[in-house]
Design a protein. Structure first.
Length: 131
């Protein structure tokens, strides 16, 4: 399996950790006062969201996005900020959809290949069990 797993042994370990990093980085972004550090944390957050998308775990991606949206709504004091933040989130989601769909097609092709290999191996297994 050639899935993206970074430094972890299994690809499904990366996505939950990246999802947690998304939420923590968003919290840091709200806590920082220095604009330079905020820009650095924002760029790291965008990279972390990209890693979450590439790791191809829908659960981790949607859980972190829902948590981040709830955190933004909870901490935003006026309606204009909420709308601005939600527009930025929508823009980032629109940008990441092609990458996510590409990874989804890759995962589907891997599953189809595994099923095809299992179907090809079935007559061999049946002959071994019958004889």
């Amino acid at each position: 399996d050639l899935s993206f797993s970074a430094i972890y042994y299994h690809p499904m370990w990366l996505a939950p950790i990246a999802g947690l990093a998304n939420v923590i980085l968003l919290w840091c972004l709200f806590q920082l006062q220095n604009k330079c550090f905020r820009c650095i944390v924002l760029s790291i957050l965008l990279l972390s969201i990209y890693v979450t998308v590439v790791a191809a775990s829908r659960t981790a991606l949607f859980a972190s996005v829902i948590t981040m949206v709830l955190y933004i709504v909870y901490n935003a004091r006026n309606v204009k900020k909420i709308i601005l933040y939600l527009l930025v989130i929508g823009f980032l989601a629109t940008i990441s959809i092609p990458v996510y769909l590409e990874q989804l097609k890759y995962k589907i092709s891997l599953k189809e290949e595994k099923v095809k290999n299992m179907v090809l191996a079935l007559p061999i297994l049946e002959r071994g069990l019958i004889n």
